[in-house]
Design a protein around this ligand. Structure first.
Ligand code: ZN
Length: 151
């Protein structure tokens, strides 16, 4: 009887430790604000419609229509008007690749070489489903620390 209680207690501790580890991982991957200008974001390559992105990180800013905001590691990478058709390809130094497609009426992650392909499977964000999707206006690639938000 004593042994059995001991085992249960140990299991609880393991569970608690696992939960703690998971939340620490989540914090490190997603929530931690990066200390200004991390090397990764400086060497990341962004192709907008096949052309290397210059200093311009906000395409056709202004107006009140929806925009698409792409961030890497919590830092703004690029934002564009939702209503324009574009392809954005992001290549990171570690080989991580993501392609975001804007059709003019929807936004989705066309392809990515991440494990799990969660971002690709999140499907499209449209004006109609924006409010009802589980993820709202977000498409997130957790392994590559990329978020795409329509707002
Ligand atoms: Zn992904």
């Amino acid at each position: 009887m004593r042994e059995k209680r001991g085992t249960a207690g140990k299991r609880l501790w393991i569970l608690a430790a696992a939960l703690l580890a998971a939340s620490v991982l989540l914090y490190v991957l997603v929530l931690r604000p990066s200390a200004g200008g991390t090397p990764e974001t400086q060497t990341v390559q962004v192709l907008l419609d096949g052309e290397a992105l210059g200093n311009e990180k906000s395409i056709h800013p202004g107006g009140e229509d929806l925009r698409v905001y792409i961030t890497l590691n919590g830092e703004a990478l690029l934002d564009l008007p939702f209503a324009e058709a574009h392809t954005v390809r992001i290549t990171q130094p570690d080989g991580g690749e993501n392609t975001v497609t804007l059709t003019g009426t929807s936004v989705y992650m066309t392809e990515a070489n991440c494990d799990g392909q969660d971002c690709v499977q999140m499907g499209e964000v449209t004006r109609d489903n924006l409010e009802v999707r589980v993820m709202g206006g977000f498409i997130i690639c957790l392994p590559h620390k990329i978020s795409v938000e329509v707002r």
